[in-house]
Ligand binder design. Sequence first.
Ligand code: GLP
Length: 246
Amino acid sequence: MRIIEVNDYQQMSKRAAEYIINKVVQNPSIKLGLATGGTPIGTYKSLIEDHQKNGTSYQKVTTFNLDEYIGLSSDNKNSYRYFMNDHLFNYIDINKAKTNIPSGIAPDFQEECHRYEDIISRHGGIDLQILGIGSNGHIGFNEPGTSFGSKTHIVNLAPSTIQANARFFSRIEEVPTKAITMGISTILKSKEILLLISGEKKKDALCRLLNGEINESFPASVLKNHPCVTIIADKVAIADLEVQCL
Ligand code: GLP
């Protein structure tokens, strides 16, 4: 794993956007894996600014999001489909038909998981997957204990994840308790992974990722088995890890 240390959230976002733009310019038909949550919002903002200023085009790009809440439709402001439209897709020239997110209102969720896994394979897999990390080490919505061999599947969200994500909802009771997520093996099949980590709340997760064992109790640890992972982390998240880790 390669670690790039930056000063703050803003620099992390700018650096991540530059990284992505460079890949899109090199390969205009790139398959991007995208994440939601607070972490990538600044990156998406920078992608939009670049698109408006420099005209980087996403017309041929295909995207696959990591996950979606079960029970939320695309017009629900808390669905990840709404999030992606609102934070990125509505402001760049991407063809929305080429943006893929699991459906939170599919008639058969098991079937939806198979469909999603299949559509990623049929596109030849993901070239660059953007990831955030939960403070319990979750990636996508793969909570601690998820098998490293898992494919796209249905999850029961951990109480700590529901608590952490409640900030986006008006009441914690509104946070769905289930989601569909790409599995860990789905994520690991990506040719390249860009993991973004910012802030005090992610300090322990980063420390455990860098210093801990590779273990299903900490899902992100599996990234150490991947040949091409870049972490962009800010100073607060890295903090006093520097001596041990860099
Ligand atoms: C959410 C998402 C993850 C995200 C994580 C961290 O539950 N499913 O993809 O990486 O939590 O979120 P944040 O960036 O808001 O800290």
